[in-house]
Design a protein around this ligand. Sequence first.
Ligand SMILES: Nc1nc2c(c(=O)[nH]1)N[C@H]1C(S)=C(S)[C@@H](COP(=O)(O)O)O[C@H]1N2
Ligand SMILES: [Mo]
Length: 202
Amino acid sequence: MPDPTEESRLPPGQYIPRGRPVIHYGRVPQFRPERWNLSVFGATASGEEMRLTWPQFSALPRVTVVADFHCVTKFSIMGNEWGGISAKTLMETAPPAAGVTHVMIWGEYGYSANIRLADFDRDSTVFAMELDEKPLSPERGYPVRIVVPHLYAWKSVKWVRAVEYLREDRRGFWEERGYHNLGDPWREQRYAYQEDPGDGPP
Ligand SMILES: Nc1nc2c(c(=O)[nH]1)N[C@H]1C(S)=C(S)[C@@H](COP(=O)(O)O)O[C@H]1N2
Ligand SMILES: [Mo]
């Protein structure tokens, strides 16, 4: 039976599937804690790249975010409880330089997604290590994925390895392949041909 309260939360064109689909491009990477680090590079406040080891990163304070998750292929996964580190905490740990407007989030194997700094700098944007009080499964992004719940889920990069601060916008993996630069599900910003001037880099 569809849950009416969940149905009423759906953005236009979305539906609630059975189960919780898993979807990504390419293979699931292996986590090797001693080799893992999170790089924060590009236009950092210090001018230097910062690399957080797994012990350093995973010791940062944790938050919980409850949010729905909207894939551009039109399924939505409702009411996820993500546990992890707020993007705001990462920004305090490794701050951007003045003039940073966008952030590129990098996953293993070169997957990437660009978001505006204002979308990164939100209480609901989280580097998630847990889903519903359990560690992420390998195919959902273990050990850590970013979740940007107010944008289409391709922006929620799994197996995150780097954050790049940008002084001008640049398209990520799907944004270069015909998807909308901004990806707001409430405005149905699915494809690049729907972009208005100023929504993306030329
Ligand atoms: N690294 C990486 N992250 C990714 C993807 C990917 O291909 N690689 N696919 C994205 C897409 S299109 C979606 S819909 C969600 C799916 O997340 P889920 O498998 O937890 O449902 O992950 C996103 N994050
Ligand atoms: Mo997706």
